[in-house]
Design a protein around this ligand. Structure first.
Ligand SMILES: Cc1cc2nc3c(=O)[nH]c(=O)nc-3n(C[C@H](O)[C@H](O)[C@H](O)COP(=O)(O)OP(=O)(O)OC[C@H]3O[C@@H](n4cnc5c(N)ncnc54)[C@H](O)[C@@H]3O)c2cc1C
Length: 478
């Protein structure tokens, strides 16, 4: 008989796990608590233009995201050559070449004006420093601590914070270097980072990111469609898993839908949910893993998307300046942490803004970092007003938007604290001790879409390998 798997969570991780398991011959029931699949890959509408209000790009240095899109027949596009700036020390400045904020070119760093004199003097000493050595007790350290040691604190404050903040909405002096940028630690352990810069692959924005015309939200939507078409996967939305129990021959999942609660049985279960719901579901099934998961913190953020009439006075001069947006270091005390000029970054967004009444320029700001939850505990209008005030100061923009849309991501981004990799190993050990159970998603091996896809592929492979190891010689299905 077919093995029946329940996958909990219809973000990209759950969908990919379902795909792999269906391909291995399983019958899959995928439960998604919200009304749509996709999770952080979500569509929204601003001034009649449909676009992403969550993730909007995939890194193509790893193959998984690009490969998945291609397999689904989704065309891919490069962003324009426009590059991001950094709004610091009162001006929009060019972003020097860095590895996640750690400078790779000290001359560019000096020319950028991002650092003050003292900060620059400290950074310039990096090539003379001996290789970084970790003490035996110090198996991991934060990105910020490593960069502080090599370049001085101003580099961490003005470069690493905004770049890491763009990915994790976290604090550089708390995020694990081993989990977030292991290559930076490898370089530092060999010697000067700047002296080895030639060996670091080029990181011009255009060369490492890929997008999907129409939006990244299309990836889960197309994937969901393809899964249902196999006849092996049922996707149930508006279905929240509220309990998980082991039974004599598998699992029982409690599923709550509007006005109804029922039990679903399964031979195998994949939990593709963020750490907090996963911890709750594992409370009795894998209590040690549950305890570890409960300690993974999440940052809340909001994305505010605007449309401006390009022909309004001053709009083009302020926004259409050849930049794809700008990052903002927390040390400068602004409300926004980044602005992405979507119209300048993606040709399909610019084209979508071309209307008979004139061109609309669409951009988005992001607000909120870990520990700054109070900045988000305000009405939408206040986030809009704060974003407009910062945009005005940074770019000179004074026009009123045609439309604005706030998307909140409460508990949106997991924080990989120092020691994260060891924690993940303990979680996986606790889960692996329960036959037929696996976990995947952004809480484990990387928050970027390719890493999340890889974690789902790994979870599915673990289940398939586990069931093969458990075979007694009877011919399995599939
Ligand atoms: C604003 C923002 C921008 C981002 N931008 C990028 C980007 O440009 N590029 C990039 O690579 N990454 C980006 N990321 C990160 C990336 O989008 C996420 O890490 C990734 O999509 C997470 O996928 P996931 O499947 O692990 O989790 P999620 O997308 O969180 O999906 C989990 C799903 O589980 C569901 N769920 C939760 N509990 C239950 C339950 N009990 N029962 C049933 N369902 C449940 C949720 O409703 C959700 O749909 C961004 C993240 C955010 C927040």
């Amino acid at each position: 008989m077919d093995q029946r798997v329940v996958v909990v969570g219809g973000g990209i991780a759950g969908l990919v796990a379902a795909r792999e398991l269906a391909a291995a011959g399983r019958t899959v029931l995928l439960l998604e608590g919200s009304p749509t699949v996709g999770g952080k890959l979500r569509r929204g509408e601003v001034a009649g233009i449909t676009l992403d209000v969550g993730a909007e790009a995939i890194v193509n240095r790893r193959p998984e995201g690009v490969a998945l899109a291609r397999e689904l027949g989704i065309g891919l596009v490069r962003p324009s050559a426009a590059t991001s700036r950094i709004w610091t020390r009162g001006a929009l400045r060019p972003l020097p070449r860095t590895l996640m904020g750690a400078p790779l070119d000290l001359a560019q760093l000096a020319d950028s004006g991002v650092l003050g004199d003292e900060g620059l003097r400290a950074a310039r000493r990096e090539p003379e420093l001996a290789a970084t050595t970790l003490t035996e007790a110090e198996t991991d350290l934060s990105v910020g601590d490593l960069v502080d040691r090599r370049y001085g604190p101003e580099v961490t404050d003005r470069l690493v914070e905004p770049l890491l903040g763009g990915v994790y909405a976290g604090r550089a002096r708390e995020i694990s270097v081993r989990a977030a940028i292991p290559s930076l630690l490898d370089l530092a352990e060999r010697g000067s980072i700047t002296a080895q810069a030639g060996g670091v692959p080029p990181s011009a924005a255009g060369s490492i990111f890929t997008g999907i015309p129409g939006g990244m939200w299309r990836l889960p939507v197309e994937l969901g469609r393809a899964l249902v078409a196999t006849g092996r996967v049922e996707i149930r939305t508006g279905a929240m898993a509220t309990g998980l129990r082991r039974t004599a021959d598998g699992f029982e999942v409690t599923v709550r839908t509007a006005g109804d609660e029922r039990l679903e049985t399964a031979d195998e279960v994949v939990l593709a949910t963020p750490a907090a719901p996963t911890a709750r579901l594992l409370a009795t099934v894998a209590p040690a893993a549950s305890g570890e998961l409960a300690r993974v913190e999440y940052a809340s953020t909001a994305v505010v998307t605007f449309a401006f009439h390009a022909d309004d006075p001053g709009v083009r001069a302020a926004l259409d300046v050849g930049a794809s947006g700008f990052l903002v270091p927390p040390v400068d005390g602004r409300r926004i942490k980044a602005a992405t000029f979507s119209f300048a970054k993606w040709d399909w967004v610019r084209a979508g803004g071309a209307t008979p009444e004139g061109d609309l320029l669409v951009l988005r700001t992001s607000v909120g970092r870990i520990g700054e939850e109070e900045t988000l505990q305000v009405p939408d209008e206040e986030l809009v007003a704060a974003s407009l005030a910062d945009l005005a100061e940074a770019t000179g923009l004074s026009a009123e938007p045609v439309d604005a849309r706030v998307q909140r991501w409460g508990g949106g981004l997991p924080q990989y604290a120092v020691g994260h990799l060891d924690r993940v190993a303990r979680i996986r050990a606790g889960v692996a001790a329960v036959p037929g159970l696996a976990v995947c998603g952004a809480a484990y091996d990387g928050v970027g879409i390719p890493a999340v896809i890889a974690s789902a592929q790994r979870a599915a492979a673990e289940l398939v390998a586990g069931s093969c190891a458990g075979d007694t010689g009877d011919s399995p299905e599939g």
